[in-house]
Design a protein around this ligand. Sequence first.
Ligand code: GTP
Ligand code: PEP
Length: 207
Amino acid sequence: MRDEVDLVVPVKTLDRAKTRLTSATGGDPVSHAALALALALDTVSAAIATPGVRRVVTITSDPAVASEMAALGVESLPEPAEPGLNAALKHGARTLRSSRIGALQADLPALRPDELQAALEAAAGRRAFVPDRQGTGTTLLLAAPGGELDPRFGVGSAGHHRVSGAVALIGAWPSLRCDVDTEEDLRLAQMLGLGTHTANALPAWTT
Ligand SMILES: Nc1nc2c(ncn2[C@@H]2O[C@H](COP(=O)(O)OP(=O)(O)OP(=O)(O)O)[C@@H](O)[C@H]2O)c(=O)[nH]1
Ligand SMILES: C=C(OP(=O)(O)O)C(=O)O
């Protein structure tokens, strides 16, 4: 039987999201929100196309995000009263009550379903995580079947997830490691091959 996972994807309200990318859109808030949304839509589109992913739910208080996710057939849950990324993920994990839960960051615009699938299979039922391209952050955290998510995202989260007993998954999945925080990340993601939402939302300098 396939070891399927339900993924919680956190998405900040668009007017607060991706501040390190502000320069990429020349400070225009409308273009910036469109780019932040596009990153999330491409991430979620790839996740729902991955055979080992049973269900994807976003955690967001932004109605525009929830509406666009609904158009993809993806449900959104509002954020809990407690602020912050890890509180949002714990809330999502508790609400879903899945047999196996994972957290996927929403800024992976080059994500390929075959690469996400390869990482899910490499986890082989263990609590595991995928470090970002720099090796310090985390792009995917997987609970063991029936286990707690215990998210420790934030600065240096790869180290925190390792210390918490999660196995680092290292393999040929560059698109899963390429989270986009800065203009440089965006250029690298473009080289890997962006999803259509982000490609269409790109600022003029990239084309
Ligand atoms: N729902 C929710 N998602 C969050 C929260 N904080 C971060 N995220 C999401 O978690 C992921 C990783 O966050 P970051 O890479 O730090 O993104 P960011 O906070 O938008 O970017 P910066 O403003 O540049 O730090 C992104 O998908 C964010 O949208 C939060 O408080 N609530
Ligand atoms: C919150 C995280 O993302 P980033 O480093 O992209 O801000 C993380 O990797 O834990």
